[in-house]
Design a protein around this ligand. Structure first.
Ligand code: SF4
Length: 115
C-alpha cells in the first residue's frame, strides 16, 4: 500500500501546515515595518519626555537643567535608539519611550552611549 493510500489526508495536512507557517512568517516579517511606520513622533510636551528633558534637536537641550548632556550627543548614538547606529536624521523607536518614535537628532537624560 502506498503512503498516500495509508494516509489520504496527509498531503492536505502537510500543505495546510506549510501554509500556516508561511502565513505566520509573513505576519512576523511585516509587523516591524508596519508598527515602525505607524509610530507617532514623541512630543517634547509628553510628561515623561518633559521630565527627561527630551528635545527633538539635541542642540536645544537645557544643559543647566540636564548637566549630564555633553554637546554632540544625540539619539542616533544612544543604545536605546531602535534605528540605525549613528543615524543622524529621521525618526525611529526608543526603548525608553515605547510606542513613540524619537528624532534621531534628539536627546534625553536617559542617553546611554552605544559601546
Ligand atoms: S533614551 Fe536615548 S534614544 Fe531614547 S530619547 Fe533618550 S537619548 Fe534618545
Amino acid at each position: 500500500m502506498s503512503e498516500s493510500k495509508k494516509h489520504p489526508d496527509s498531503s492536505r495536512r502537510a500543505f495546510l501546515a506549510t501554509a500556516a507557517v508561511a502565513a505566520s512568517a509573513a505576519v512576523i516579517g511585516l509587523r516591524p515595518r508596519t508598527a515602525h511606520a505607524a509610530l507617532p513622533h514623541l512630543s517634547e510636551a509628553d510628561p515623561l519626555a518633559k521630565s527627561l528633558g527630551y528635545r527633538a534637536n539635541h542642540n536645544q537641550v537645557d544643559s543647566a537643567k540636564f548637566p549630564t548632556y555633553k554637546p554632540g550627543e544625540y539619539c542616533g548614538q544612544c543604545r536605546f535608539f531602535l534605528g540605525k547606529p549613528g543615524q543622524a536624521s529621521g525618526f525611529a523607536g526608543c526603548q525608553i519611550f515605547a510606542g513613540y518614535a524619537v528624532d534621531a537628532n534628539g536627546w534625553c537624560a536617559s542617553f546611554n552611549a552605544r559601546s
